[in-house]
Design a protein around this ligand. Structure first.
Ligand code: PLP
Length: 400
């Protein structure tokens, strides 16, 4: 019998982290590899945020905080929800965790019983199904292919709901597709949910600030106030404020569920770093103008990558309105042969070929629950992206 807990059998290590690690290792070993697997901005944390962390340390804010987060941070989060989304939350409706990731984990641990179902539209962020399974729940995956704009359709949601459904996880802008839900899209989802009062929504708004072409971001609790009492709205400092390593994420919802999440938190990490929390206060309350500057750079890169990938034989790439990912279809290369005679049967085979033949590391669609696609993160230097896309074009041309 294995010494390891049986729950380990339900999960796999994060495939996106695995791809990034593999690219780093190959580079360290001297291979010419461009890693497009990482889901984090390549910009530095703005100086005023770093300065706020330093000042907090100097003031002695280096002690334990409440598991829910410091009063200052929760107040700043409430103000941000009001400013950005028109949502009214009180500080006791806010929980702060070690990144959005731990906040989602805590929420699922606090609410999911064995056999409870969680509806996850695919392609999905890699961690949702594994977290549900760690909580002994059952992920119910609903395919949302390119032809539906990678968005959940009302009739598919309706079909997926059963008496065991506990949560629907919505993520807009999406990792990995970059797809977004307009107000009208959210309206159709909300109309289904209103008919099923036992289903809660986890709205993962982590990429709220990273949108293009004047896309107007909306979140479901704001679009349909009758869902406010069964919505957990999630956000964080990682992406918009270039603070992935600081580990600050948060969620807002009804007080009793927030209290349950805080109880889980109090028995695991206690809270995220007091210093990171002070930095997040500065991020939320300070100047926001750098975000649009970053977005302008991201948008240029998006357009470059989409255009170059659409010129690659066998690939077809939609132009997403948000996040910093594209999710091209590689249906046109499936069944083809590589120069050394191997058949490409899956998107995973295609990723292996790209890495071996041209030194480009990206992540196969299978990791996000929808094939045959792959994910490219364009949060990387423009010159590297150009080089990587030219390599992908060459690799596609070499297939027969
Ligand atoms: N949600 C989505 C959709 C993400 O892509 C990520 C990170 O990649 C997270 C949540 C968690 O972010 P973090 O834990 O870094 O705050």
């Amino acid at each position: 019998m294995s010494f390891l807990a049986t729950r380990l059998g339900r999960i796999k290590p994060s495939p996106t982290i695995a791809t990034a690690t593999k690219a780093r290792e190959l580079k360290a070993a001297g291979r010419d590899v461009i890693g497009l697997g990482t889901g984090e901005p390549d910009f530095a944390t703005p100086d005023h945020i770093i300065e706020a962390a330093y000042q907090a340390m100097k003031r002695g804010e280096t002690k334990y905080t409440a598991p829910a987060g410091t009063p200052e941070l929760r107040k700043a989060i409430c103000a941000a929800f009001k400013r950005n989304n028109g949502l009214d939350y009180k500080p006791e409706q806010i929980t702060v965790g070690c990144g959005g990731k731990q906040t989602i984990y805590n929420a699922l641990m606090a609410t999911v019983n064995p056999g409870d179902e969680v509806i996850i539209p695919a392609p999905y962020w890699v961690s949702y199904p594994d977290m549900v399974m760690l909580a002994e729940g059952t992920p119910v995956i609903v395919d949302c292919p390119k032809r539906s704009g990678f968005r959940l359709k009302a009739e598919d949601l309706e079909r997926a709901i059963t008496p065991r459904t506990k949560w629907l996880i919505l993520n807009s802008p999406s990792n990995p597709s970059g797809a977004t839900y307009t107000r009208a899209d959210l309206r159709t989802v909300a109309d289904v949910l209103l008919r099923h009062p036992h289903v809660w929504v986890l709205s993962d708004d982590m990429y709220e600030k990273i949108v293009y072409d004047n896309f107007a971001f909306s979140t479901i609790a704001e679009v349909e106030p009758r869902l406010y009492e069964r919505t957990l709205t999630l956000n964080g400092a990682s992406k918009a404020y270039c603070m992935t390593g600081w580990r600050v994420g948060w969620a807002a919802g009804p007080t009793d569920i927030i209290k349950a999440i805080n109880d889980i938190q109090s028995q695991s990490t206690s809270h995220t770093s007091s210093i990171s929390q002070a930095a997040a206060v500065a991020a939320l309350n300070g100047p926001q103008d750098f975000i649009s500057k970053h977005n302008a750079i991201f948008r240029e890169r998006r357009d470059l990558v989409v255009s170059m990938l659409n010129q690659a034989k066998g690939l077809s790439c939609a132009t997403p309105e948000g996040a910093f990912y594209v999710y091209p279809s590689c249906e046109g290369v499936i069944g083809k042969k590589t120069p050394d005679g191997k058949e490409i049967e899956t998107d995973g085979d295609f990723m292996t070929y790209l890495l071996d033949a041209v030194g480009v590391a990206a992540v196969q669609g299978a990791a996000f629950g929808l094939s045959p696609y792959f994910r490219i993160s364009y949060a990387t230097a423009t010159e590297l992206l150009k080089d990587a896309c030219a390599r992908i074009q060459r690799a596609c041309t070499a297939l027969s």
